[in-house]
Design a protein around this ligand. Sequence first.
Ligand SMILES: C[S@@+](CC[C@H](N)C(=O)[O-])C[C@H]1O[C@@H](n2cnc3c(N)ncnc32)[C@H](O)[C@@H]1O
Length: 275
Amino acid sequence: MSPRTPSLGTVQETLLIPLYGRAVEHRKPEPALRDPRAEELVAALDYDFSRFDGLPSLTGTVLRTVLFDHWTRQFLDEHPAGTVVEIGTGLNTRYERVDNGRAHWFDLDLPDVIELRRAFFPETARRRMIAASLTDDDWLDAVAGRADGPCFFSAEAVLPFLEEDEVRRLAERLARRFPGSRLALDSNSPEVVAAQDGHDALSKVEARLRWACADIGVVTTWLPGIAVAGSHTLADLPEDVYLALPAEHRRTIDDLARQRLPQVEGYRMHLLRLP
Ligand SMILES: C[S@@+](CC[C@H](N)C(=O)[O-])C[C@H]1O[C@@H](n2cnc3c(N)ncnc32)[C@H](O)[C@@H]1O
């Protein structure tokens, strides 16, 4: 089959960075995760991925995915038939890694991404795709029509591309419609957002970060009762996640923790419990 040229909008193109990160990781002798689908997808797309070769951020995207996988598994351990919603899914393969055979899964992204995704991933009774912006309202009905309990909303590397009021509105709408659910997300400090033109991976694409978050505690001022259940930098992962990583990755993390680089300290991943 000849490679398919991805025709993606500016922010949508960023999905190719974590995709490539997982494909590169998959080829390592001791990877933090295996992702044969990512390798297949990279081979099937006509895109110059070499622009991302050797970037430290590729390992960062993989460690982030490992943490989001961990949070998703924790949710499914408690709710084996629960509903997982990947908000801004890109060509993410979490379902392939984490599905337990009972969960219900929604993969949501903008229409051009879902069109591309449909070329590679099947829909089943338990796995659906939604072509929409997360700022729309209709998709909430589609999820609510299926979910009969708390959901796990995973927004990995998505909300930093939105304005703060859009992030706030999403959190408010999810809390109203899906009480007791969890939301995993990430954020960048104002310093990281200000310095983004020099960011190793972002400088290779046109999309730009918009939401600057000095302190995730701000969400508790948006929504009474919301709780920050976890907040981590790449240099400070939960101990069980860190200990399960291959030795080379643990060494990289130890180096990062020693260096206290502003771009590492200013990038955080959070798990929120909605009221
Ligand atoms: C850096 S990629 C991350 C993709 C995926 N979560 C992963 O980790 O592989 C950002 C994703 O957010 C999606 N996105 C950005 N704005 C969005 C919006 N308003 N609604 C839905 N998806 C959006 C993009 O299309 C893209 O797929």
